[in-house]
Design a protein. Sequence first.
Length: 312
Amino acid sequence: TATMAWPWRCKCRRRSLTGLEEPLTASAPEACGRKVSEEKQEAATRSAEAVEPRCLQRSLLDACEGFDVMVALHLEAACLARLKSASSRDRERLSEPVIRWCADRRRRELEQGLVRGDLTLADTAEDAAAEATWTLERLHLAEHPPRFPRLYFRFASDHLVRGSASRLDDAVNVFRRFPGLQVRIEGFGKPSAPAFLGRAVAQARAAATRQIILRRLAQDPGPRVANGSWNPWQNEDSSLGVFTHGGYDEGMPGSVEFYEPQLLGERIQAVGQWARNSRQRNLNFEEDIALDYDPEAKFQRVDFTVIGLDTY
């Protein structure tokens, strides 16, 4: 029987040693057959060769040649947190003593960035009594301290001035990002006011701010609390220290007398500081309302002081 002619010929071209392209003379069946044969031979060769097993790296620190714990001195806490989550072995290597050691080596630099109201640095010396557990969160808060905005109040009132909505959001978001923070809210009043009125309005402003923040956190505690099994503010009474009949009102009988200076709350505290001079702090935002330019307005606001950090 006559062989059937292959309907097409391979149009592939091969490059000669002289750099000129020459057409392949083999027909398509021959070329394809040769290719299959070569592939089989290569597969047989690979299977016959003794392949040494590869040693998989169980640690990102081990996988990067020349990368050791000394590099932690040059990385911020946020980067170390990502590295720590790479594997259990990396998590073990970036332990609490290592983080404390990093903080000790950076202590002078960290202290330069702190202002009044920030979280104070715990003792970082290895042989010193541990004042606090050094976690990556604590190191991050020392590197990038959370700064609370200024919240101003109307004259002789515990009601915030207009334009405070965004600043109140900023304050609440600090707690949502770092629910382990313990904060004291300090209220102030004009020193020229009569003592019994100045003490009362300063206490009322601190208590009112605490109530607003706790109510906002009760509605939305933030992802870290919502996704966990604990709520640091569930035992905080938002109405503690707030006059039930409309808050501070000099025209309401019993209102002024109700607001005696006292420390309220546990994790989010509030206290009036009328007898003390308010100092400028947390100057890390642009002035956007008129009271920001008024030096006397510091007596119409509350300040925030970070007094502790719990780890979970």
